[in-house]
Design a binder for this molecule. Structure first.
Ligand SMILES: Cc1cc2nc3c(=O)[nH]c(=O)nc-3n(C[C@H](O)[C@H](O)[C@H](O)COP(=O)(O)OP(=O)(O)OC[C@H]3O[C@@H](n4cnc5c(N)ncnc54)[C@H](O)[C@@H]3O)c2cc1C
Length: 291
């Protein structure tokens, strides 16, 4: 099948892009095209105009401040994966990126495109959710609007992105100075395919080796990635029993879905096991840093 006819625009500034999007409700942003182009080819999307944002200089790059790492929306997934800054300061995202598609799709796919699309099986939205990164849009009035992940991802491929808005950057918190370990695990039918279930974790240790903070998120099992309250691990030594007990309790209410790939009950069991493995990996990573 071939796409339906569309116009093409390649604005040079965010303002110009927002102007085109505001003027036409059927205009669509084109970033890496790794999701949108197949949708066009299958005529699941029939935009009047594609607004190619990849030449807008202000949407590229990775910048570090005292507390945050900001990633421009059209930063390619491959560039983010290769970034020393992301590996050092947002290590969970670096681990998640290894599972996103394949080298050719990562060379084109953008970090912002994955978040804007809002696939519940996608790894970048899961890392955004675990770490509580801010999702920044510019609307048609030129004003910035910031979203927390839990307010942004509301259903499968469904977000609260403002109409005619452009996702411009993601703002991640920098890792703590204290030993900070991360773990990312998923099950998929083939390496780098979309996962049936996935878990991302980050732990920070106190000077005495106990857990100061633990974060956990589960992806690919329901309508959106979910952050899980795992605060029961604080103060523990993160033994296998500590982790198992906290995970089983925290995921007891986790809602999972059936589809062609896996049953809801398989997903529930996989989520528990992957969460345990991700937390254990994060603990070991942090202990190695603590020496
Ligand atoms: C073979 C294959 C395997 C893949 N496997 C995985 C995988 O395992 N895990 C995974 O997470 N992904 C996977 N993907 C998808 C890939 O990661 C895409 O890159 C990603 O989903 C979309 O990013 P993109 O830059 O290509 O966006 P596009 O395809 O250009 O856009 C996607 C959607 O987001 C909108 N959009 C894009 N950027 C913005 C913006 N800045 N502001 C507002 N709206 C915007 C577009 O209008 C469109 O609706 C795979 C893709 C392929 C082709």
């Amino acid at each position: 099948m071939k796409p339906a006819q569309f116009d093409y625009a390649r604005p040079k500034t965010v303002e110009e892009a927002c102007g085109i999007l505001a003027a036409d409700m059927d205009a669509r942003v084109l970033a890496g095209g790794q999701t949108l182009v197949p949708m066009l080819a299958m005529r699941l999307s029939r935009p009047s105009v594609l607004v190619d944002i990849t030449r807008i200089a202000g949407l590229q790059g990775i910048a570090c401040s005292d507390d945050t790492v900001e990633i421009g929306a059209v930063t390619r997934q491959a560039a983010a994966l290769a970034s020393e800054v992301i590996r050092a300061e947002v290590p969970l995202l670096a681990k998640a990126l290894r599972h996103v598609g394949h080298p050719p799709t990562r060379c084109r796919g953008t970090v912002g495109g994955s978040v804007a699309h809002g696939d519940p099986s996608a790894e970048i939205p899961l890392a955004v959710t675990v770490l509580g990164a801010e999702i920044v849009f510019v609307g048609e009035d030129g004003e910035e609007e910031r979203f927390a992940p839990e307010d942004f991802f509301i259903g499968p491929m469904l977000t609260t992105a403002p109409m005619g808005g452009l996702l411009t950057r993601l703002v991640f918190p920098r890792r703590a100075a204290a030993p900070t370990g991360t773990g990312f695990r998923e099950v998929a039918s083939r390496r780098s395919d979309y996962a049936f279930a996935s878990a991302g974790a980050q732990v920070v240790l106190n000077a005495d080796g106990t857990c100061a903070e633990a974060r956990l998120g589960i992806g690919s099992v329901g309508d959106t990635p979910v952050a899980v309250d795992i605060s029961g691990l604080s103060g523990t030594r993160l033994t296998a029993q500590d982790i198992r007990g906290a995970v089983v309790e925290a995921l007891s209410d986790l809602e999972t879905v059936d589809d062609l790939h896996a049953t809801a009950s398989y997903r529930k069991r996989a989520a528990v096991r992957l969460a345990e493995l991700a937390l254990a990996e994060a603990r070991d990573d942090a202990l190695e840093q603590a020496g």
